[in-house]
Structures are given as structure tokens and as C-alpha cells.
Design a protein around this ligand. Sequence first.
Ligand SMILES: NC(=O)c1ccc[n+]([C@@H]2O[C@H](COP(=O)([O-])OP(=O)(O)OC[C@H]3O[C@@H](n4cnc5c(N)ncnc54)[C@H](O)[C@@H]3O)[C@@H](O)[C@H]2O)c1
Length: 251
Amino acid sequence: MRIGFLGDGNITGTVRRLIADRPYDVDGAYARADEIPDGLDLLVEAASQDAVRDRLLAVVARGTDVLLLSVGALADAGVREAVTAGPGRLTVCTGAVGGLDQVRALRIEGPLSAVGIETRKLPTTLIQPWMDDALVARLRAGDEEIVLAEGPASEVTRQFPASANVAAALALAADAWDIATARVVADPSAKLTRHTLHASGELGSVSVVVENEPTPERPRSSAVVARAVVRSLDDIARLRGFEAPAGVAFS
Ligand SMILES: NC(=O)c1ccc[n+]([C@@H]2O[C@H](COP(=O)([O-])OP(=O)(O)OC[C@H]3O[C@@H](n4cnc5c(N)ncnc54)[C@H](O)[C@@H]3O)[C@@H](O)[C@H]2O)c1
């Protein structure tokens, strides 16, 4: 399977290291000024929400399959429509959370009645450019719990583009952009990043608590995410008949 990476940052670097011994042919990682070549079996997007809008849509439109990490970009209905229009096939990586498979199964029976996620992280990892000086100072002091956002998942994912991809992933899996909520809490005791998600429907409910070790060199990001990409790559390779490590695909 011939793959390329859009974005050459932390996740791409870790994934490339993790798949060094796997039977995948890595063409390269493309930075802002690089062209994305034709002929890839899969482009792994590990760049930014802007990159999804500015670069990925054209790649999907010309027929390249994509594995997407910056799920927050799909909070925009126009981007969502364009990226799922094909002909390139879109796979959304589960990234930092689990349970989305079950949420999707529940959704088949009909609209879900409640969908929500809470994310708790160390205060300094949640500082954003739009925050005022007083709030940034409180986050840097790191001696109090602060609810930084609580509202529609689509809105929260825009406020915290790097930390609330999980909110967009849940809303997408639940097909519930109208009711999905998200809450982001700065928590000085959160040594591990904790995501607590819940979804209820006619056939039952899902509650999942995920506790992720931060990436040592990038505390705002969870170490498991690069492993989720490797898991996706292996499953895509198996299901599409490319050479892949022994094992089974989970879907
Ligand atoms: N779905 C999830 O659960 C989840 C979890 C963690 C991170 N993410 C997302 O994955 C993405 C990558 O994360 P990371 O930690 O590797 O970030 P990073 O900042 O380490 O790397 C991103 C790289 O992409 C580059 N980039 C940005 N815009 C670009 C563009 N238009 N074209 C080409 N390159 C571009 C940046 O210069 C940077 O080198 C981010 O959008 C992040 O929010 C998703």
C-alpha cells in the first residue's frame, strides 16, 4: 500500500517510526509548500483543520483515498459534504477515543436522544489564541479547575481545534450535530487526558471513559493517537487486499 502524509508534525513522525517494519511503501510527508502526488493508495491527513479545507478536498475530488485525523474540520457542513462526496473514499480515524463503532450501531435504529462528551486536560495544554490575558494567567497558574467551554460540539471543536477533535468525531459517528454537546475542563489534577463520552438511543446506550497518556514531547496530544493511525492503516490494508501484518480487522 503506497501512502503519503499531509503534515509532517508529531503524529506523522511517530507513525512513520511505528510502521518502519510494516509492508507499506511511504512516499513521503508533504508540508505546506509541497505538492501531493497522484498515485497514492492512501493519504493520511495529520495536519490541521485548515489543511482539510484548503488541500484535502481537492485530493478527494481527484480520487485519492484519505484517512483523516483533523475531524474538527467536519463540523462545517460544507466541508463534510465535499469530503464525503468522493470519488476518493474517506476514513475517519478513531484518534483519541473509543466506542464510536457502538455509537454508529445504535444510530442505525434512528436518531439518538442524547450525545455528549467531556474532555479534561492539564490547564496549560488548553491555552488558545482567542483567550484574554486574565484567563491565560489563570491557566498558567494551574491551581484551579475551570470549565472553558460547554455547548454544541460543533462550536466547542472550533474553539479548541487541537483538543476537541473528539467532540467532532462523536457528533459525526452519532450523526447528531444538532444535539451533540461538548464540555472542556482545565483540570490541574488531570495527569492523564480524560474523555468521557455518552450516547443514548432506542437500543441502549454507550458510556466510555478514555484516559490517555500525553505524548511526552507534546503534552496537549495523546500518545495513543499515532497508534490509532497504525491500527487504521493495518485494517485498511487488510480490507483492501494489500500486504498487511497478520491479524484481523475490526470495524
Ligand atoms: N482525531 C483525534 O483524536 C486527534 C488527536 C490528536 C490530534 N489530532 C489532529 O491531528 C492533526 C495533527 O496533529 P499533530 O499533533 O501531528 O500536529 P503537529 O502540529 O505536530 O503537526 C501538524 C503539521 O502539519 C503541518 N500543516 C498544517 N497545515 C498544513 C497544510 N495546510 N499543509 C501541509 N501541512 C500543514 C504543520 O506545519 C505541522 O508540521 C491536528 O489537526 C490535530 O488536531 C486529531
